[in-house]
Ligand binder design. Structure first.
Ligand code: MSP
Length: 599
């Protein structure tokens, strides 16, 4: 049953008030049941009735050029954004760059460049990569923009006014590479390249340093139970479940308060703390607020902020699933609907890093394998739950098998002039393929029809849970079944002079083109260029490509098919050209001396 919109809006205002007051009075003043209801409402109820959708990528550090992992985060978000658009949502998609902090300050110094010029250069490289790869963001934010700095200052002031920030002293480990504070149990021993013993973060392997300074602290410790309630009341708030459980596990221990500023003498490249020019706001607080800035914070963020979804890599889960919700609860703002977490791409089983010389350049690879090829590979092979190893060979094999041979081959066969001299979407004959068995079809054909009919619902479910690889697996299995259908009935062997054979031939082609139309429509979020080419070839117009248009094989159910008799599109070129290994090898970047040496 749909809840009337008015009711939802009102209840959300009430929730908002409750949420604010639930912090001001101790949260334990509410029963556990009430707390869960409050948080569940803020997190999920509102969105169901709203046709707006807001998806974000993490904003990317500009200390180095983009690599394959960065493109992966962006491609996942792009896929979900395009999917929501196909569903008729008003979708906003934000990405951008994270430009403040010590690590950026140091990288600019090392490059001998003015810091902002350095940030602009690298930010433009990310933008160029995303534009080249059809990442259809609606907003590109840079944290050095004026509007963002204003939003961060406002957010800080709200937390301050609620008594959540106090002046204190932080003493402990800090990793500049991760811009993260660590507890002693998160730190281990290691040796640097000169054999000197150093301390490193056990999670990232990055060097940590002991720091002791006076700065501002956020009362993170006050939010542990609210965070637990939020998660228990919203099991879908963090996906996949493995990461949801990890966060619940972290919350079993006390949360220390969080240092949210650095002394200006050490960190100049950042937003000054309002009212205290001696301190700079912690880069993660600054960066996380970007999601609000894009939504229109502080004046007009509700439309988008109530329907926010974040894509994040597993390495930045703590910041998004603990710090960020705590900041938001403190500021009296709703929590994100979903945090989708993905794992990492490794090369040779190792994390990509400049020093190992194993960084995969995503721009180079999308030129080698085509943009859609790269997008398809990343989403077909990338599994959110576990890391995935990258090799060029895997890309080539997968794309040749699934895009060139299977999907491309099917289109080629079914539109070949030899089988379809009139170049039209042929007619469907109900006697040849009746809903009850009895025509010329066999049991496997009916199984194939069932699978394709159910495919949109299956794919939808997988897109919604960010298991894009499962959606692609399901599509790929159906493409194979359709190829099997064509192969089984070998339409090229039918006698065109015999009218019964001709009807059956037309029916085989009609059914196959209908299957291809469904695949083309469902694949749009993944491979927009290939889908467009495919749908154009089938004569499917741009306004006939939404999720509501899928309606598979209407003639089989006795309804009209708008495509029957329509001329096919004129571009009969290959959907995806096979990749040859010698061509790929020629285009491979030359290895740097350093990389050779390390190998
Ligand atoms: N600036 C922070 C995010 C701030 S969001 C408020 C940051 N930046 S990052 O550039 O280091 O990482 C951006 C994203 O790229 C993260 O989601 C991270 O997980 C992802 N990846 C970085 N390396 C990756 C792989 N090797 N594989 C897949 N994704 C990886 O963190």
């Amino acid at each position: 049953m749909r809840i009337p919109f008015l009711f939802v809006t009102r209840s959300c205002k009430a929730v908002h008030r409750l949420q604010q007051s639930s912090f001001l009075s101790p949260v334990s003043a509410l029963s556990s049941h009430q707390r869960i209801a409050v948080l569940r409402n803020t997190s999920t109820h509102f969105c169901k009735e709203d046709r707006s959708y807001y998806i974000t990528t993490p904003i990317f550090y500009v200390n180095a050029s983009p690599h394959l992992g960065h493109l992966y985060s962006a491609v996942i978000a792009d896929c979900l954004h395009r999917y929501k658009l196909l569903h008729g949502f008003n979708s906003k998609f934000a990405t951008g760059t994270d430009e403040h902090g010590l690590k950026i300050q140091q990288a600019a110094e090392a490059a001998g460049k003015d810091t902002l010029t350095f940030c602009t250069d690298v930010s433009e490289r990310f933008r160029h990569l995303f534009n080249s790869c059809n990442i259809s963001y609606t907003d590109y934010i840079r944290t050095t923009e004026h509007s963002h700095c204003q939003a961060v200052k406002h957010f800080w002031a709200v937390l301050c006014n609620k008594g959540l920030i106090y002046k204190g002293s932080y003493e402990g480990w800090y990793s500049t590479q991760d811009e993260s504070f660590l507890t002693p149990s998160q730190v281990g021993d290691a040796w640097d390249s000169s054999g000197k013993e150093i301390k490193v973060s056990l999670e990232s392997g990055h060097k940590v340093e002991w720091m002791k300074e006076e700065n501002y602290m956020f009362r993170l410790s006050a939010f542990r139970f609210q965070l637990l309630d939020w998660l228990r009341g919203n099991p879908g708030a963090i996906k996949p479940v493995r990461f949801y459980q990890a966060v619940l596990q972290w919350l079993q221990e006390d949360l220390p308060d969080l240092s949210v500023s650095r002394q200006r003498s050490r960190l100049q490249w950042g937003i000054p703390v309002p009212g205290d020019a001696e301190q700079t706001i912690y880069v993660w607080l600054d960066a996380l607020v970007n999601y609000l800035t894009v939504a229109g914070y502080p004046d007009k963020h509700s439309q988008w902020w109530n329907v926010a979804h974040h894509i994040v890599g597993k390495d930045i889960l703590k910041f998004h699933a603990i710090y960020w919700p705590a900041f938001l609860l403190g500021a009296g703002l709703p929590l994100p609907q979903t945090i989708y977490v993905h794992s990492h791409w490794t090369v040779g089983g190792k994390k990509m890093s400049k020093s190992l010389g194993n960084v995969v350049d995503p721009l180079e690879r999308s030129q080698m394998f085509t943009t859609d090829g790269m997008r398809y590979f990343l989403l077909r092979q990338g599994v959110p739950d576990s890391d995935c190893d990258y090799t060029d060979n895997k890309v080539m094999k997968l794309l040749n098998a699934e895009l060139a041979d299977s999907l491309g081959g099917l289109l080629n066969r079914c539109t070949a002039p030899a089988l379809n001299p009139a170049q039209v979407y042929p007619s469907f004959c109900r006697q040849c393929l009746p809903s009850q068995h009895g025509g010329r079809a066999v049991v496997e054909d009916y199984q194939m029809l069932d699978a394709v009919k159910n495919l949109p619902a299956v794919v939808e479910q997988h897109y919604e849970s960010m298991h894009v690889y499962k959606a692609l697996e399901a599509i790929s299995a159906c493409v194979r079944q359709t190829n099997g259908f064509v192969q089984r009935h070998a339409p090229w062997k039918l006698d065109r002079m015999d009218s019964k054979d001709q009807h059956w031939l037309d029916t085989i082609i009609h059914v196959s083109l209908e299957c291809l139309r469904i695949y083309g429509t469902l694949l749009q979020p993944i491979v927009p260029e290939i889908s467009n080419k495919l749908l154009c070839r089938l004569g499917v117009q741009p306004d006939e490509r939404s999720w509501a248009d899928v309606n598979f094989l209407p003639r089989y159910q006795g309804m009209d098919c708008p495509f029957e008799g329509r001329a096919l599109g004129s571009d009969s070129g290959l959907l995806f050209s096979r990749l040859e290994s010698q061509n790929i090898d020629k285009q491979k970047p030359k290895k740097t001396k350093k990389a050779e040496h390390l190998k």
